[in-house]
Write a protein that binds this ligand. Structure first.
Ligand SMILES: [Zn+2]
Ligand SMILES: [Zn+2]
Length: 369
């Protein structure tokens, strides 16, 4: 055996020995416990309180999918951090798990703004209310939305009332005060000119607190009416969240000059491929649904055109559909966008963090996961 072959054999033997030692140690309870303690220590100390600092307007995309299931995207959810508080726009299924996995400071959730009452925007409201209460939320949860919010909030409150009682009995009212579990519905009314339609204009102030101003405005998601988008202004920085809508002049007006426009987007060409495939397989139900949904969303190209018209600095596409499971599909989804808006547009993803420091023009993008 040559010298290099002997060296190789010795290296392989050491590696096998180390792997064996590691395998043996992984079965030793004391080693397991030590590792678990380290993981728990890291997890318990991981709450992202830094996101609450009052030096910037921050946004985390906590759900960027649409109702067609995508393993990498929860349903509609956008978290906004301003003035020491956390706010959510929509509470779609899957979003609560994201908030917990990323250690977002959910005990500071002050309010939820609902854009409309499709299930992909409200399905996790009860769970998020319960989870943030259990994590120490020190206030009732305000829930703002178009008329109908009292029905949605009342329904979730009824469904979760037994759960509240179990937890209170188990952990004690001092730890989990029932008053803080309460959701308070706040109807946001927006007057629009009779017969003019939601995109002709219409907005209303939702709240002003700790330097933050939130404005609701009407968008077009017919037959869902009214449907709202929301604008957040804080220390000279601004973000608009479109809600579900077709291309809409009122959205362009409300988003004029903002730093970030988070806009829903649905690829019409991809939906048409699904529709054609469904027709080919004789599946009239899926074909009809695909044909219907084409009429009440915005294509990525049209969202880019609106961002140009409004003069926004960064367009972030969200509420993405159909699903985009790999880079190839994401490329197909973004087809045509570059021709409309060569710069200042990104495809949003679950965990995307946007930081807009006060007193600057900077928009930092990073990830919380
Ligand atoms: Zn919708
Ligand atoms: Zn939706």
């Amino acid at each position: 055996m040559s010298r290099s072959a002997r060296r190789l054999t010795a290296c392989a033997a050491v590696l096998v020995l180390l792997a064996g030692l590691g395998w043996w140690m992984a079965h030793v309870p004391a080693v397991q416990d030590a590792l678990l303690r380290r993981i728990v220590e890291r997890t318990l100390g991981a709450t992202r309180n830094d996101l609450l600092a009052d030096d910037a307007l921050r946004v985390v995309l906590c759900g960027t999918g649409n109702p067609l299931p995508d393993p990498n995207r929860a349903n509609a959810c956008t978290a906004v951090f301003a003035g020491g508080n956390m706010y959510l726009v929509d509470a779609g299924p899957g979003a609560g798990k994201n908030l917990a996995l990323w250690h977002l400071p959910v005990a500071k959730l002050a309010a939820v703004m609902l854009t409309h009452y499709h299930s992909d925007h409200i399905g996790e409201l009860g769970e998020i209310n319960m989870q943030t209460w259990a994590q120490g939320r020190a206030n009732p949860l305000r829930v703002y939305g178009p008329p109908g919010v009292e029905v949605v909030v009342g329904g979730f409150a009824q469904a979760y009332a037994l759960d509240r009682d179990y937890r209170q009995a188990h952990h004690g009212a001092a730890l989990m005060p029932p008053a803080n579990w309460t959701m308070e519905p706040h109807v946001v009314k927006i007057d629009t000119a009779p017969g003019a339609g939601p995109c002709a204009g219409g907005s209303a102030t939702v709240l002003e607190e700790n330097g933050l101003k939130v404005t609701a405005f009407t968008v077009n998601h017919a037959p869902v009416a009214p449907a709202y988008g929301y604008r957040f202004d804080y220390k000279g920085r601004s973000v608009v969240i479109s809600g579900d809508t077709t291309k809409c002049a009122n959205l362009v007006a409300q988003a004029r000059g903002v730093d970030v426009l988070i806009h829903e987007a649905q690829s019409a060409s991809m939906v048409k491929i699904i529709e054609a495939a469904a027709i080919g397989r004789g599946n009239a139900r899926i074909a009809k649904i695909m044909s219907d949904i084409l009429r009440y969303h915005t294509t990525p190209e049209d969202a880019a055109a609106e961002a140009n018209e409004a003069g926004v600095r960064l367009l972030v596409l969200s509420h993405i559909g159909p699903p985009t499971p790999n880079a190839f599909v994401r490329m197909a989804f973004m087809r045509g966008v570059g021709a409309v808006r060569p710069r200042g547009v990104v495809l949003g993803y679950d965990g995307m963090l946007l930081t807009l420091p006060a007193g600057s023009d900077t928009i930092d993008t990073s990830s919380v996961n």
